[in-house]
Design a protein around this ligand. Structure first.
Ligand code: HAM
Length: 457
């Protein structure tokens, strides 16, 4: 028996009847971005691993556990399921967390790639403020579950360029955009949580504060958090384990680690959100798992589901990233962005009714070889003038069965081509609703059909 092939774990086919939901989401998002003056950017779906090491952080969950690596076949002969460079005959393999030294990975998120593109293309020299949006697939080798895939899709924005700490109003505008987008996309009253991580220096003192206060409870932390204590102590704050949560609840986190300047900045962000009428809650436990964040961070959850693993989206400032990736000698280029998970949005929004299947406007029914040939080529001519046309590819199918099918499918017009019609160089056009039949010369057929379908000359 032949073994059936299936899509890789954590990936999903989006079938034609679902695609309309995706298209609707994408076109609504594009329309909103347009009103904000954002322009689309598309970056490759695989990048050098160094990009993510240097931006997300070598100790982040994504880099340590979830990167899907592309490996040369010679390096490891395990799987050969991606073939991307036929000219070099380089077979690449896709192995979550594989050992070895691969240099390419499927992108787990968009921010780092966009900053790379911004630097590589010297966009800072072309514009003082770059406002990008992106829509596309991302890849993480996670344990798949509802709303969590190995290939998933994000719609997001990145705003890069204004001087780092001059624009708390921009933070609020970007957050407002994420909320507006969710509203337009049909997600009802999501919960917005915000926090400030402060500057890089503030983050260091925050991390020392956490180490100091969590040390005594080290043995009571879960196994993962004991590792996090060494690697990335912030992540203990959003652990879902009840014991860890209790330990964390005892910590007094109310922004003690923030410098005066960072506190003032965060106050301004909050005031700007109030001016824009965006409801929010400050959550001092919100830390985000990626290294690049500084100052404002935020996460958006379906109503009443804060703390769950199904955030609809998240984002924040990353003021050092352009500099850290080598694009800003003076450390002046600030940046902020967010990404929303498209699968998660689709789970939350009410489904709009699927559009009807595309129906033929005209069907060419034929009898005999000559008529088949004519229908076969005339179908193409109709399509080039914008008529949704079809015919049967079975030259031997009886005219009767073809007409029965046309009737069942509610096709408005049939063009009937039999042996007589071929001789006369005329075709019968049947209005399937009224049953009325007319004969037209082949040379007039396109014009007559367009007129019947009320398609402009
Ligand atoms: P993130 O929190 O890793 O942030 O992902 C953003 C959103 O993508 C999540 O809130 C979730 O909705 C969705 N998402 C993440 N992983 C999965 C998955 N495995 N399956 C389904 N959906 C998922 C970032 O990616 C940052 N780049 C956001 C950002 C942009 N920060 C600044 N600019």
């Amino acid at each position: 028996m032949t073994v059936k092939l299936a899509s890789p774990r954590g990936t999903k086919d989006i079938l034609p009847e679902e695609v309309s939901q995706w298209q609707e989401l994408e076109s609504k998002a594009r329309a909103v971005f347009k009103t904000y003056g954002y322009r689309e950017i598309r970056t490759p779906i695989f990048e050098d691993i160094d990009l993510f090491d240097r931006s997300l952080g070598q100790t982040s969950d994504i880099v340590t556990k979830q990167l899907l690596k592309l490996e040369k076949r010679e390096a490891q002969e395990e799987y050969t399921n991606i073939y991307i460079a036929p000219s070099e005959a380089a077979l690449l393999t896709l192995t979550p967390g594989a050992i070895g030294v691969p240099s390419l990975v499927l992108r787990p998120e968009g921010t780092a790639s966009i900053v790379r593109a911004y630097i590589q293309n010297s966009l800072n020299k072309k514009e003082s403020l770059s406002q990008f949006y992106y829509i596309g697939p991302m890849f993480r080798g996670e344990r798949p579950q509802k709303g969590r895939g190995r290939q998933f899709h994000q719609v997001g924005v990145e705003v890069i360029g204004l001087k780092a700490l001059d624009n708390p109003d921009l933070d609020a505008k970007v957050i407002a955009l994420s909320m507006r987008l969710l509203k337009e996309l049909g997600v009802k009253s999501p919960d917005l949580k915000i926090n400030s991580l402060g500057s890089k220096q503030d983050k260091k003192s925050f991390s020392s504060f956490l180490e100091l206060h969590l040390k005594k409870d080290f043995n009571n932390l879960c196994e993962d958090c004991q590792k996090r204590f060494e690697r990335n102590v912030f992540r203990i704050l959003d652990c879902k384990n009840e014991k860890c949560r209790e330990i964390v609840r005892k910590l007094d986190l109310k922004g003690a680690h923030l410098s005066k300047e960072s506190k003032e900045y965060f106050e301004k962000v909050k005031k700007a959100l109030q001016r824009l009428d965006i409801p929010f809650e400050v959550s001092s436990h919100l830390v985000r798992g990626l290294d690049y964040y500084t100052h404002t961070v935020f996460e958006i959850f379906p109503q009443g589901k804060y703390g769950s693993q199904d955030a609809l989206g998240a984002g924040g400032r990353y003021n050092q990233l352009v500099q850290e990736l080598g694009g800003d000698d003076n450390g002046e280029i600030g940046a902020i962005g967010f990404a929303l998970g498209m699968e998660r949005i689709l789970l939350e929004k009410p489904k709009s009714s699927a559009p009807e299947k595309e129906n033929f406007e005209v069907f060419l029914a034929h009898h005999g070889e000559e008529a088949y040939e004519y229908a076969y080529t005339f179908e193409e001519k109709l399509r080039t003038v914008g008529v949704v046309a079809g015919t049967s590819y079975d030259a031997n199918l009886s005219l009767q069965s073809q007409m029965r099918w046309v009737d069942k499918q509610n096709v408005p017009y049939a063009i009937i081509l039999g042996e007589n019609e071929m001789k006369e160089k005329k075709a019968i056009v049947k209005d399937m609703k009224s049953g009325k039949q007319e004969k037209f010369a082949f040379k007039d057929l396109i014009k007559k059909i367009k007129k019947k379908l009320k398609k402009g000359e």
